[in-house]
Design a protein around this ligand. Sequence first.
Ligand code: GLN
Length: 492
Amino acid sequence: MTRLTDLGVTDLRDGIAKGDFSAREVAENFINATNEAEKLNAFITLTPDHALKQAEEADKARASGQLKALSGVPLGIKDLFCTNGYRTTAASKIIGNFVPPYESTITEKLFAAGAGMIGKLNLDQFAMGSSNETSAFGNVISPWRQKNDDAALTPGGSSGGSAAAVAAKIIPAATGTDTGGSIRQPASFTGITGLKPTYGRCSRFGVIAFASSLDQAGPMARSVKDCAALLEVMAGFDPKDSTSADVMVPNWEKLLSSDIRGKKIGIPKEYRVDGMAPEIESLWQRGIQMMKEAGAEIVDVTLPHTRHALAAYYIIAPAEASSNLARYDGVRYGERQTPEGSNLADMYSATRAAGFGDEVKRRIMIGTYVLSAGFYDAYYIKAQKIRALIARDFEAAFDKCDLLLTPATPTAAFALGQKQDDPIAMYLNDVFTVPASLAGLPAMTVPVGLNDQGLPLGLQLIGKPLDEQSVLNAGLALEERAGFTSQPEKWW
Ligand code: GLN
């Protein structure tokens, strides 16, 4: 028998509309599932009252024939989105007790469309990380395990709580944010689908800033269709975000079609990097085959500056972070520390020393260094030039093709603790996701198969600016052909 928690966003929405079940039953089932999944540590704060209140509204709306786009659909919200009256921590100690007096635009839109909030999801602290090990609230544990091995695996990061909770079916879908891969990499590690829209599609208002020129919110869900339905609600122009794109939001879900005959799919040869696991190469080949079977034409393209993308990202992102995180000074925000006899400067440093985790401090130091007089030209300006060249590479490639198909990550999920002491090894995880971030392009990962150890592997589709539709359509073609239905075995 299908349980309600097996259903995704659009099935829940449609089932409520048909009267197959009530929104209240849906909310209660997912609330129970989250209560039974404490071992995964996917949530920082549970908010069942919000989900139940929205469910009640949805059931009333159904009775009066006024259902909205997401009436009665309970979601998990990454704890980087400010939620009015609900604690928002960015998984940090420094704002560990912050209760925002306002709502992020994304959550406002989701709630106005009838969605409920089950809870605030764990993440890497200030979204900095690729394994969810930098959270001040503890690691998220992936619901997946290798065959015959109980070692705890990372769900990826920074949206690790979102990925783990969706994969474990304790929520139907979640919001994520992606600065350099934080939606796509954890989605790939946990066998779910995650979409980073074009930069500017989703408002950043009320999303705690990491690197403002890169940060984008997006959906993480169990299917391409669910991502389309969620993004339709999340996207849209917002005057409160000066980088918001003033463009129409298409009916992505309605226009969804896996008919990609005649589409040109580019395969960038530079994504065949050193250290890529052979299983990833063969997965990529299978994906290429699936695209051919779907009637697409495969073309070889070149993105010559790819090898500099990671270095440029790890200069630009920390530079922006060092500026954005300056506001947590113990005066306007932050748990203030006032050591005996301290002056203002002592208070600042004591507050920041106690409130930020190691990775956040590392980023602030790198960022401050690359922006300092004397190093600005050598690092920051150079990185910006590389960023422009990377964007130009994509433009040139898109003269020859409509979309790009690449691996999502260089390996499957790794064990918690395995890369924690080696920041460079950790940063290398993002090698396939940061280029699209630097160029502001829409990109999605779709689960395509399992490796020999039984862990999920995903592929990435990258599209032209604002062409989420083509990304979604090709994603659907991949989803249909891959037929990925594997689920983690319940141990939690
Ligand atoms: N792993 C990358 C980083 O640590 C990306 C994080 C993100 O996209 N938020 O910067």
